[in-house]
Design a protein around this ligand. Structure first.
Ligand SMILES: C[S@@+](CC[C@H](N)C(=O)[O-])C[C@H]1O[C@@H](n2cnc3c(N)ncnc32)[C@H](O)[C@@H]1O
Length: 329
């Protein structure tokens, strides 16, 4: 996913009465069964996330990220299933931990790929955004779950308590390590909590030559303004340095996608406004407060970026990312 700036929190404040109780069950779940473990109210308060989420919806609908990731999952997971089958006894449970799952589109594909190959699947999801988690619950639990799959869905940020009580065959962080403070330490903990034959799956923006200069500039600028919400690893090289430092056994897959951002350049397009807001989001920053001149400058900067190209009539932004498979030794 291309980040021009920062995101990642709840769009609405929710009380624990509204959100219901922790859910660990199989098959179906009550519609309000999201846990409130460790929920960060101060982040949830920000109204700005409402606009951000509309932009994210629009971005997801115009980007190839989810479809290309799902194609990758479809292609690679049969091999991983075999890898896990060698260590999960017949009748035993495959344990999955999904961190920062958003609306769960990628988890739906992962579940599709694994569910028929194990007697039981235990699927834990950790996501701090209430609205996204509600969508995920509908998509994953209410629509797609067979009886032998149990869910443990948690409204919280990545934290050690959701890791430490058991060991997992798969832990994934897809476009999430950028938001995680002490990302190196957290990844080491994830690695430690893998089962023998366990796999840590990490998706991250690629720092190819063009992207690096582009992302580096905008992320630095946005972090300066926001106080640094993106505290984790932003790009491949940061992650890869850590993997090498700890001599982890890993595979890396590079792939590219695009997102159609033509709408941002149309005057009076509310979708374009949302999308631009998503691309530029930072705390205490509201695009509706921009002067016409600043807005013009931002669009010119975007248009001139080596990441942005014409594709027929459309203006598209290139989305380059890497997928890491890190194997427990
Ligand atoms: C860019 S979205 C990626 C969603 C999904 N994994 C995907 O690839 O489609 C990042 C997600 O991480 C969540 N997030 C932000 N900070 C987090 C944290 N500290 N711990 C766990 N998740 C976090 C956000 O709420 C958001 O849903």
């Amino acid at each position: 996913m291309v980040y021009i700036s920062v995101s990642g929190s709840s769009s609405s404040k929710v009380s624990s009465e509204e959100s219901g109780v922790d859910f660990i069950g199989s098959g179906r779940a009550d519609s309000d069964s999201v846990a409130m473990n460790g929920f960060d109210d101060s982040v949830a308060d920000s109204k700005i996330w409402d606009i951000h989420d509309e932009g994210l919806d629009f971005y997801e609908n115009h980007s190839t990220d989810i479809t290309s990731t799902n194609l990758w999952v479809k292609k690679q997971f049969p091999r991983l299933v075999k890898h896990w089958q060698s260590s999960v006894d017949k009748g035993s449970t495959l344990h999955i931990l999904a961190i920062g799952s958003g609306r769960g589109q990628k988890d739906a594909e992962i579940l599709r790929q694994v569910k028929d190959h194990f007697s039981r699947v235990s699927y834990r999801v950790v996501e701090p955004n209430y609205n996204r988690l509600q969508d995920l619950q509908t998509r994953l639990v209410e629509k797609a779950a067979p009886e032998h799959v149990s869910f443990d869905i948690r409204l919280e940020k990545a934290c050690t308590s959701s890791l430490m009580d058991k060991k997992f065959h798969l832990i994934h962080l897809l476009h999430v390590v950028a938001y995680i403070e002490n990302a190196e330490e957290y990844l080491l903990q994830c690695y430690k909590q893998l089962q023998p034959n366990g796999v840590l799956l990490v998706q991250i923006d690629s720092d190819d030559e063009n992207g690096l200069a582009f992302l580096d500039g905008v992320i630095k600028a946005s972090n300066e303004r926001s106080g640094g919400l993106m505290k984790g690893f932003l790009m491949t090289s940061q992650l890869e340095n850590v993997l090498k430092k700890h001599s982890f056994n890993y595979e890396k897959f590079h792939y590219a996608g695009t997102a159609d951002i033509t709408e941002c350049f149309r005057d009076d397009s509310s979708e374009g406004e949302c999308l631009l807001h998503y691309l530029l989001l930072q705390e205490n920053f509201n695009i509706t407060e921009l002067t016409k001149d600043t807005r013009k400058q931002i669009l010119a900067h975007l248009r001139e970026s080596s990441h942005v190209k014409m594709c027929g009539e459309k203006i598209v932004i290139q989305d380059e990312f890497d997928m890491f498979l890190i194997y427990k030794e």
